[in-house]
Design a protein around this ligand. Structure first.
Ligand code: PEP
Length: 251
């Protein structure tokens, strides 16, 4: 039985003091559900204060990226082991902003995912097509390529620990959400690709999150779909009331 997973991607928002303000508001109103895991992915510089604030809570802490090498001459980079030492249990990799603005490739996503698994952290691997790719009928092809290359060489056993986030690029930060059925169609395709890469039973274990303008109004309908196992939330995760309501969604 897959547990829902709802993650807030704070992007480059909330330094240490704003993180504290957010968590002071969020923690008391957040209602834990036994069938939903909830996580936040603050900027690197806020991870340690968030780890302190989340001590003793069930809320998971994660990062927004990582490098694949353990240590060395990689100015500006952070390794999976460093994230683990800070109390992270997951990291987002291959977010479309990383791919589009910082030139990250499928091969880099693959190395990052493998490094996280080796450090016993969960990679949240983002995939998704641009508007142009969707309009030219290539959404499935793009997502298939991102999954095949992003998970290349990862054993089926380890694939079961990966989380996939389907984030159509045209829906990120735009207020345009894929309809529940449009999202379900791609999620079902993703599960088929995972089944081909890791086997049928593994594909049933892998959680596939939807991301792209998820808010407190549309979360329940999206998460009501058979293959949508949670949400990766950007903008709405910065508002404590909204994020609490998404995390406590009722289908
Ligand atoms: C994201 O960037 O992961 C995201 C889904 O953003 P938003 O919810 O703001 O569209």
């Amino acid at each position: 039985m897959r547990k829902y997973l709802v993650i807030g991607n704070w992007k480059m928002n909330f330094g240490r003091s704003e993180s504290v303000t957010f968590l002071d508001e969020f923690i008391p109103i957040f209602k834990k559900r036994s069938d939903v895991e909830v996580g936040i992915a603050p900027p690197f510089t806020s991870l340690s204060i968030c780890a302190e604030k989340l001590h003793g809570s069930s809320i998971l802490l994660g990062a927004q990226n990582c490098h694949w090498v353990e240590s060395g001459a990689y100015t500006g980079e952070i390794s999976a082991g460093m994230l683990k030492e800070l109390g992270c249990s997951f990291a987002i990799v291959g977010h479309s902003e990383r791919r589009q603005l910082f030139g990250e490739s499928d091969e880099g996503v693959n190395k990052r995912a493998a490094a996280l698994l080796a450090a016993d952290l969960t990679p949240v691997v983002c995939v998704g097509e641009t508007l142009e790719e969707r309009e030219s009928g290539e959404a499935f092809k793009v997502v298939t390529r991102q999954l095949e290359l992003g998970l290349a060489g990862i054993s089926p056993k380890l694939i079961s620990r990966v989380v996939i986030a389907y984030e159509p690029v045209w829906a990120i930060g735009t207020g345009k959400t894929a309809s529940a059925s449009e999202a379900q169609e791609v999620h079902s395709h993703i599960r088929k690709v995972i089944s081909r890469l890791g086997g049928d039973s593994i594909s049933k274990e892998v959680r596939i999150l939807y991301g792209g303008s998820v808010n407190d109004k549309n979360a329940a309908s999206l998460l009501g779909e058979k293959d949508i196992d949670g949400a990766l939330v950007g903008g709405a995760s910065l508002v404590a009331q909204k994020f609490a309501s998404i995390a406590g969604f009722r289908v």
